[in-house]
Write a protein that binds this ligand. Sequence first.
Ligand code: SF4
Ligand code: SF4
Length: 136
Amino acid sequence: MAVSKRIVLHFPRRLVDRPIVSRLVKDYDLEFNILKASVTPEEEGLMVLELSGKQANYDKGIRYLTESGVKIQSLSQNVIRNEERCTHCGACITICPTGAFEVEPLTRRVMFYDEKCLACGLCIKACPPRAMEVHF
Ligand code: SF4
Ligand code: SF4
């Protein structure tokens, strides 16, 4: 049976330059499409992939990634902002790898553009009043 799933890969710093993803094609006969890729301020790599192939190969490929030290997250998680809690402090702006937060020049309010969010979760820890929440 063939599968195709969207996943977020978190690469620790030591793996950022390694050709880990290309081995998914060579060794596990999988196809991938990189939807987004970035490096966070802590130099962790983040990549959103659409990964396709036979279920058995997909499972082996995921096991290989996990054993290599890559953390995998499914994209079904949804990050939202609790507007009542946000103090517009701006702490999330530089943390977000995809630029989902921007200051609105006139009001100085921090806008959250959820269509840019890849649900990496970095803003959740960084937000002082815990306004960013993950919903499953
Ligand atoms: S860090 Fe939290 S409180 Fe501060 S602007 Fe971002 S979402 Fe709002
Ligand atoms: S979870 Fe937060 S830091 Fe990560 S992409 Fe979404 S808004 Fe940006």
